[in-house]
Design a protein around this ligand. Structure first.
Ligand SMILES: [Mg+2]
Length: 275
């Protein structure tokens, strides 16, 4: 894992960031700073402006753990692709499984609510129902490691067994066969007919993309980590704005080069016709 803004990182950016690149991002902790409550999260003005500029040069995808409805409401930005619920909601063809995912979540929610209602768990734990997946948050718990242990024990009793995706003070429960973020990005690449992609994320759920190990996908993690499959890292989320500027400059530069080539071609055509 190497820092992105180095010689090797810039060489990979030059390989991947060109016309036909899909620029894909996680939302919480990547495009938007994490807040004490998920409903306080929003993209700040500077990043928003850059995303709107980037969209003029390349398709932009947001792949988030939030539901599509929730993400759209707080994004103040219309990406070309918006995939929710950790990769299972919004990719082409996902509707065929939606009813089944929803049924599993209803069962889990009923069991969890009943168990949480009996007491004995850390009091600040709360259950977020994202319709096709559930999230158990313990950021506000006084004893986070105890809360995490209690939730892990509780979730282990659920049937059918969910796939569990860890996160920052959250356990996400997802239907076992549902596509993950990596599968979602691979499908978006095929559907958009893009030739390459850059993906930026900050959390355990983004490892599904980082693990793709596809030469056409440049993976960037927010923050250095010992155990990650991401190829590159940024020091912190505030460097996302610098990366967006870099993407815009590179894509704009290529656009200008192509325009100049096309003008030169026109001049050559004109000269040949006037002969
Ligand atoms: Mg995140």
């Amino acid at each position: 894992m190497a820092y992105l803004f180095t010689e090797s990182g810039r060489a990979r950016l030059a390989e991947v960031v060109k016309p036909g690149v899909l620029c894909a991002f996680d939302f919480d902790g990547t495009l938007a700073p994490i807040a004490p409550q998920p409903d306080q999260v929003h993209i700040r003005h500077g990043v928003l402006q850059r995303l709107n500029t980037l969209r003029r040069h390349a398709p932009v995808a947001v792949i988030t753990g939030r539901s599509v409805e929730d993400a759209r409401a707080r994004m103040r930005f219309e990406p070309d692709y918006l995939v929710g619920n950790h990769g299972l909601e919004g990719v082409p063809g996902w509707n065929g499984h939606a009813a089944e995912y929803e049924k599993f979540c209803r069962q889990w929610r009923a069991e969890l609510s009943e168990r949480m209602g009996r007491g004995g768990l850390e009091p600040a734990i709360w259950l977020e129902d994202k319709r096709y997946s559930l999230s158990l948050h313990y950021r506000a718990a006084e004893h986070r490691s105890l809360a995490e242990k209690q939730l892990a024990d509780l979730v282990a009793t659920l049937r059918p067994k969910p796939r569990i995706i860890g996160g920052k003070c959250v356990l996400n429960l997802v239907p076992v066969d549902a596509p993950d973020k990596g599968q979602a990005l691979a499908q978006l690449l095929r559907d958009s007919q893009c030739e390459s992609a850059i993906y930026v994320g900050d959390d355990a759920t983004d490892e599904d993309v980082f693990r793709l190990r596809d030469r056409s996908i440049l993976t960037v993690r927010i923050g250095h980590a010992a155990h990650t499959a991401a190829a590159f890292f940024l020091d912190n989320r505030s460097e996302v704005a610098i990366l967006l500027d870099e993407l815009i400059v590179r894509l704009r530069g290529v656009h200008h080069q192509n325009q100049a080539r096309s003008r030169a071609g026109d001049r050559l055509d004109g000269a040949m016709t006037s002969r």
